[in-house]
Design a binder for this molecule. Structure first.
Ligand code: TYM
Length: 491
């Protein structure tokens, strides 16, 4: 595991020194509102340097040891995005595996800032992955739609507009296939004005008191001219990671003023692209200071699905040819890929046959590497492309077929999402989940699978150990975990 996290007051930009004015070079910039790859002296966009951002922010890279343990503990083959390093980094994922092994519940949490009516395929990545994690771990999931965030940060958007985007995006997200019994989706402006947000709101106010303007400015690059709402918003995305913000999910009252200590102690896992990490560094630094302390939320970070223009490019709503949208037609997808997808092939057919292409920078191949599940097929494409046997046109054809099938599958599910289904996902209610059906470690501190406050039960259904024994076992597990991390680091 990585060492202590850098304080969130550390500037976000990898450019510690001023931009070189003589050349067009600038360093990469990654934060929740601005994701820009570095450029070289001639102003050419370079690929994102994920190892650098992981080192800078002290996250742990996902390695084969962790993936082997993931497979052993869950009995599930790691998702192709884990196998291929597209989800490349984490914080405390190993702790989540410990929790799962003990048969305890944890909260899955992810979100979307509804800045437009339709999401692009990049936005689908964390949700597809979250769905996989929900299937693997069988735990409750909350999905936060931050219409307040987008209203505060986007000058031109009005509140009714972002609210409508949020509803449309929520339908998109539901179409990915989440199980309504285990999933609560909420739109901030609606949830925060309902009768169910009391504990969320108390958590947010307490957290706002713990963090200073300087911390928020440092983490997000704000200055004195940033509106007050943007400064305050961070606390909301942060406390959304506390299970105690949603007592109703666990069958607990939210009318009482007092928040549940047991829920506060529940772990949380957040899948997202690496740009969202600054929020959660802020939570990780301050969660132990809450009156009812929460553990540091765990994270699993993805790389960015590149724009059609190639490595380092940004998918942007203002340039429809930069991305494939989940609302695109078959014709649009074909045109976008054929006309705009950056090719790693050679300039002429003869040169391509002679020298071969480079799949690593070929956008059609990159998209296939996200969506083609067959590892062997993908490896064959890469090999044939490198040899010049497979041409750019062939690769694009494969990509058009794959992306059309994905988007059409999505759209077929999307038309079935009615207003009633949306309302059911957004209804504050007790969720139902089973957790680990076969916990292997009887170390049940915290909630049992599916039932808050119940001690974890062993394979044979016995009650878990006493509180002290549980504490001791948790300590031992922590020592064991650190040992494993050290060994992995040495390797
Ligand atoms: P937003 O709407 O910017 O992005 C939603 C999710 O999509 C990820 N993402 C991408 N992943 C892969 N490739 C891309 N090209 C790409 N572009 C965006 C983002 O990292 C994010 O996971 N403030 C948040 C909303 C939010 C949230 C959360 C996100 C609230 N709570 C918890 C993640 C986890 C936002 O505006 O996301």
């Amino acid at each position: 595991m990585a060492g202590p996290e850098p304080p969130s007051v550390a500037p976000l930009s990898l450019a510690e020194s001023a931009t070189d004015t003589a050349s067009k070079a600038h360093e990469q910039e990654i934060n929740p509102w601005d994701v820009q790859a570095a450029t070289d002296e001639q102003g050419n966009t370079l690929a994102f340097d994920y190892a650098a951002i992981s080192a800078k922010w002290n996250t742990s890279l996902i390695n084969s040891t962790l993936l082997e343990r993931f497979e052993r503990v869950t009995g599930r083959k790691p998702h192709r995005w884990l196998r291929r390093g597209l989800f490349f980094s984490h914080r405390d994922l190993d702790r989540i595996l410990d929790i799962y092994e003990r048969g305890e519940t944890f909260l899955l949490y992810t979100g979307r800032g509804p800045s437009s009516g339709s999401m692009h395929i990049g936005h689908a990545i964390p949700f597809e992955f979250t769905k996989y994690m929900q299937d693997v771990f069988d735990v409750p999931l909350v999905i936060m739609l931050t219409d307040d965030e987008k209203f505060l940060f986007k000058e031109k958007l009005t509140q009714p507009e972002v609210y409508q985007f949020a509803r449309d995006n929520a339908k998109d997200i539901i179409s990915i296939g989440f199980d309504v019994k285990k999933t609560f989706i909420y739109i901030d402006s609606e949830f925060f004005t309902s009768g169910y947000n009391r504990h969320f709101s108390l958590n947010a106010t307490e957290f706002e008191k713990l963090i200073t303007n300087n911390q928020v400015r440092g983490a997000f690059g704000f200055d004195g001219s940033t509106n007050v709402g943007s400064n305050a918003f961070a606390a909301k995305q942060c406390v959304a990671a506390f299970a105690s913000s949603y007592p109703f999910i666990f069958g607990e009252q939210c009318t009482s003023y007092h928040r549940s200590k047991k829920l506060a102690a529940m772990a949380c896992l957040i899948p997202c692209a690496i740009d969202q990490d600054p929020y959660f560094r802020l939570v990780r630094e301050n969660c132990s200071r809450m009156d009812q302390p929460s553990p540091k939320p765990a994270l699993i970070h993805s790389k960015f699905l590149t724009s059609l223009q190639g490595a380092g490019g940004k998918m942007s709503a203002s340039n429809p040819n930069s991305a494939i949208y989940l609302s695109d037609t078959e014709k649009q997808i074909k045109n976008k890929i054929n006309k705009h997808a950056f090719s790693g092939g050679q300039e002429t057919l003869e040169l391509h046959r002679e020298l071969g292409g480079n799949p690593d920078i070929d956008v059609a191949f990159q998209y296939l590497s996200y969506f083609e599940d067959d590892d062997d097929k993908l490896a064959t494409f890469a090999e044939q492309y490198r040899k010049g046997v497979m041409l750019t046109g062939d690769m694009k054809k494969e990509c058009v077929g794959m992306m059309t099938a994905y988007v059409q599958g999505f759209q077929a599910a999307r038309v079935k999402v009615t207003e009633e289904i949306l309302e059911e996902f957004m209804r504050p209610r007790k969720l139902e989940w089973r957790g680990n059906p076969n916990p292997t470690k009887k170390v049940g501190a915290g909630s049992g699978a599916g039932t808050v406050g119940e001690e974890a039960k062993g394979v044979d259904g016995e009650k878990g150990p006493s509180k002290n024994a549980a504490k001791k076992a948790a300590k031992l597990a922590e020592i064991e975990r650190k040992k494993r991390e050290k060994e992995a680091a040495k390797k």
